[in-house]
Design a protein around this ligand. Structure first.
Ligand code: NAD
Length: 444
């Protein structure tokens, strides 16, 4: 796979050089309107091949649910075009200064195995909107679907008369190809979407980095919440694509007064309840202790169906439950480890104060995502202040910021440690300033 595909090269050098040429062509020979036409064609191409794409992504990675991937990958249609590129004019009798959004040039980007095609296609579109090209270092476990995404993108742009190779990749990505990308003088910006090892590697490059790192999003349900709505919203978000989204709820804190009612409602929504003994069996296979003492998710079970994980743990299961839940303690490793599985630990809390303290502890200062279901605005404010996450949602799941029961657009890269938030086309621009001095162009 990858041979004879547009934008997919045998060597990193070729991938970078092609992206350099394409970027120059894009900014020299094409207008903003051209870029918008390219974007429309890419969106159409994604929609036309959505079913096949999602199936192939599932077959290669073994992660997630095909139907959920259709919603995830189809989210590209929500992306805006060049109209969102920010500019400003400052004027006075001494002249006019224009602030405008220039591209970085060629971006080097690292993508995760959990959302490979949506990250390449959405970030590719946003980077091109801003006038950049991108050399992707895809996750080796998703290199084929990544190559298909790169090909689809270039094919659509070329079909609209645009330059080939706005997005490229080395056919066989590795840490060595990443080294080549990071060290190449043409690469002006690095964008990394993935876990902590990747973020620290990019940070050592000496180049500007936009880093979208790991999370462990906690959610609180207090006694004033609409418990029915909360149960349905959390059931959907925590099970979405089998827990693969970094931003969706991974651990839940429910205040004692409404705990039983909430539990009943989430079971009615479709969750399979694990006994303590069953939860221990699941934990034993789903998490692993590293020699360093750190507990991490066992990659063999990341993004798998709950039924697959339960069967592997010798826990009886019937049908295909989207989510398994269990009553957990705050010191359970499932609570404190980013696990990316459709298994949701639910911790009973005596009151909101305890829920807030434990949720902050579970988030571990990653500044990623959190949510709260409550009708006391002071509590929402106080939790928001203390948890200090990039995404914070009130009375909805964290997916609200991406437009699910809320207002927002697709955003596969949530830059947490470096602070850019959900990346948009504007994130991939450099601010430049052009001044007409000595009263230039100021007509009184
Ligand atoms: P991962 O960290 O294993 O891999 C991500 C990418 O980094 C891959 O391309 C991989 O090849 C590369 N990589 C891995 N280790 C590296 C190292 N030491 N040096 C350089 N590159 C390295 O993560 P994954 O399993 O692909 O994705 C899941 C992780 O990504 C989770 O932690 C999740 O929270 C995070 N994630 C974050 C966001 C976000 O927007 N913040 C989005 C998606 C995923």
């Amino acid at each position: 796979m990858g041979k004879n595909m547009l934008g997919v090269f045998e060597t990193t050098k070729e991938a970078i050089e092609a992206a350099v040429v394409a970027q120059k062509e894009l900014v020299t020979n094409y207008s903003y309107e051209d870029r918008d036409r390219f974007i429309a064609r890419i969106k159409q191409a994604v929609i036309d091949s959505l079913e096949e794409f999602c199936r192939l992504e599932f077959e290669e990675t073994g992660y997630g649910r095909v139907d959920d991937k259709k919603a995830k990958n189809g989210g590209i249609v929500s992306l805006p075009g060049t109209e969102v590129l920010p500019s400003a004019v400052h004027m006075g009798v001494k002249g006019v200064t224009i602030e405008y959004p220039a591209p970085y040039g060629v971006i080097g980007a690292v993508t995760p195995v959990t959302n490979p095609s949506s990250t390449i296609l959405c970030n590719g579109v946003m980077a091109m909107t801003a006038g950049n090209s991108v050399v992707f270092n895809a996750h080796p476990g998703a290199k084929d679907i990544s190559a298909k995404s790169i090909h689809l993108f270039n094919e659509a742009v070329v079909a609209e008369g645009g330059p080939c190779n706005i997005v490229t990749m080395p056919r066989i990505p590795s840490l060595d190809t990443l080294d080549d990308i990071m060290g190449h003088p043409a690469i002006k910006l690095l964008v990394g979407t993935g876990g902590p090892g990747m973020v620290s590697t990019l940070m050592k490059s000496g180049k500007k980095v936009i880093a979208a790192g790991a999370g462990n999003p906690p959610c609180i349900v207090d006694e004033t919440a609409d418990v029915d709505k909360a149960a349905v919203g959390i059931f959907y978000a925590a099970s979405y694509d089998n827990g693969l989204l970094c931003a969706t709820e991974k651990v839940l804190y429910v205040v004692d007064e409404v705990f039983e009612e909430f539990f009943k409602n989430i079971v009615t929504a479709g969750a399979r309840v694990l006994t303590r003994e069953e939860a221990d069996k699941v934990t034993a296979i789903a998490l692993q202790k590293l020699p360093t003492g750190k507990t991490v998710a066992n990659k063999n079970y990341v993004g798998k169906d709950a039924a697959v994980i339960l069967k592997a743990a010798n826990v009886p299961v019937s049908g295909d439950p989207r989510l398994a839940i269990f009553e957990a303690k705050q010191d359970d490793s499932f609570v404190l480890t980013e696990q990316m599985m459709p298994i949701l630990p639910i911790v009973r809390c005596k009151d909101f104060g305890q829920a807030k303290a434990w949720a902050v502890q579970a988030e571990q200062g990653l500044m990623h995502s959190a949510s709260i279901w409550s009708n006391i605005v002071e509590r929402v404010t106080s939790f928001g202040r203390e948890i200090n996450t990039t995404i914070f949602v009130h009375n909805g799941s964290t997916m609200a910021v991406f437009g699910v029961d809320g207002t927002g657009k697709a955003g596969p890269t949530i830059a947490t440690p470096t602070g850019e938030g959900i990346c948009t086309a504007a994130t991939f621009t450099r601010k430049r300033h052009f001044a007409m001095a000595n009263g230039g162009n100021f007509i009184l």
